[in-house]
Design a protein around this ligand. Structure first.
Ligand code: THU
Length: 160
């Protein structure tokens, strides 16, 4: 038996202005995107913004449906749009924010498991880490890559 410890680096910031200018810009874009979320059922408005290697900034937000399971999260709306329209440009970073009925969520917005899996796929596809910047009123959390949030992710290599 071997007991192994995983090491994950998490960077926490108390205020937006502590972040680099480019990360601040991404958070602000994600907040803007959350304003256009279609979330009449949950009233949970999520915004995502990502920056591509070619400098293009893409925004997404959650899109809900009366048939609840047919909606899609903000992160995947943004990521799939990026990959569909810029299939050769690496995703460098993604910011995620969320608002509930009290405003900006207190703790950093966390991508759901399916979004984590989709973002890891993009990391594998482009062989490039995607920095995640997760917005919250109490703190902003940054991780170096999506895999930090999904250790032992399902990866295409196992398909043989
Ligand atoms: N949601 C996202 O957009 N991203 C996540 O990572 C978590 C959840 C959306 C889905 C649904 O529209 C609403 O938030 C409530 O779950």
């Amino acid at each position: 038996m071997r007991k192994k410890e995983l090491q994950i680096f998490v960077y926490e910031y108390d205020t937006l202005v502590e972040l680099s200018e480019s990360d601040q810009k991404l958070i602000i874009a994600a907040r803007e995107a959350s304003e256009n979320a279609y979330a009449p059922y949950s009233n949970f408005h999520v915004g995502a913004a990502l920056i591509l290697e070619n400098g293009v900034l893409i925004k997404g937000n959650n899109q809900e449906n009366a048939d609840f399971t047919d909606g899609l999260c903000a992160e995947r709306v943004a990521l799939f749009y990026a990959n569909a329209n810029y299939p050769n440009s690496k995703v460098e970073a993604m910011a995620v924010t969320a608002k509930n009925s009290n405003g900006l969520v207190k703790e950093p917005a966390q991508p759901c498991g399916s979004c984590r899996q989709a973002i890891v796929e993009a990391e594998v596809r482009f062989n490039h880490p995607i920095r995640l910047i997760l917005d919250g009123a109490n703190k902003i959390m940054v991780v170096d890559n999506a895999e930090s949030l999904l250790p032992f992710a399902f990866k295409p290599v196992v398909l043989g």
